[in-house]
Design a binder for this molecule. Sequence first.
Ligand SMILES: Cc1cc2nc3c(=O)[nH]c(=O)nc-3n(C[C@H](O)[C@H](O)[C@H](O)COP(=O)(O)O)c2cc1C
Length: 289
Amino acid sequence: MTDLSPLLEARYGTAAAPPAAAPIAAANPTLETLLRHKSTRAFLQAPLPPGTLELLAAAAQSAATSSNLQTWSAVAVTSPPLKSEAAVLCGDQEFIRAAPLFLVFCADLARLGAAADRHGMPPGDGLAFFEMYTMAAVDASLAAQNACVAAEALGLGACYVGAARNRPRELAALLGLPPRVVALFGLAVGRPDPAAGAGAAVKPRLAQDEVVHRETWGSNGEGDGGVEQRQAANLAAYDEALAEFNTQQGRGDAPTWTYRSAHRIATVESLHGRDILRQVMEERGFELR
Ligand SMILES: Cc1cc2nc3c(=O)[nH]c(=O)nc-3n(C[C@H](O)[C@H](O)[C@H](O)COP(=O)(O)O)c2cc1C
């Protein structure tokens, strides 16, 4: 591949793909890995090569981290019985059972309490604020994404599991999480099963000008009929692009993206149990002031 155009076209559709301006968009293994990303939900049961977990952890720990506070932890679950129990708590998703490694990424403010302890200081008031939870959630997400990209760069597949928040009390108990540690999401990792995943294409995304605003919010709509019209056109185009993708993947009956998204926010039930998250976090020592 001499440039990244085909990968950009796969990500946005031919009409909406941004130009692959040479020379910056010349083939580059890091960019190729990023642009080729797709979630893997079918794994071979073969164990991962020795050292894989350690390499993924090193990639995760190489992510930038706010004030170098490193306010995250991950629990690496490989034991089949434990993984199976975790899978049940995480929406009973079969691919978690099949993956040889299930990483549960956590916001971890307990370590800062321990640091304060070393200096004979009680955990200060600062720990009690929603800001500290936000910092930990951002740190954990950056670390996890590094691990995900590292896995894909090694030819492995991965899928995030937000359903790790469906039954937060039970998952914390299963994994033995201490106070001030809460599971945010999982990442199932393994060798992609070629039989199941063969031919799977990358999933298109919204048009770039829907998510990237130049200089100020909404500037993309100027002279273009206004922000709302541009957004309406982008959503309609994306419904079509995703419908085409779903048809190619044999899921022609899937609802459109806007319909599915509307249902995802329609009721408390659509949160699949995650409506208790704030309460559970308070129980677990996150004050969220
Ligand atoms: C935080 C997070 C949680 C997710 N949780 C789940 C999940 O529980 N089950 C699942 O099958 N996919 C899950 N996904 C995967 C998304 O559905 C997927 O990334 C999205 O549909 C885009 O597809 P792609 O990753 O193949 O490009 C999650 C993704 C993220 C980022």
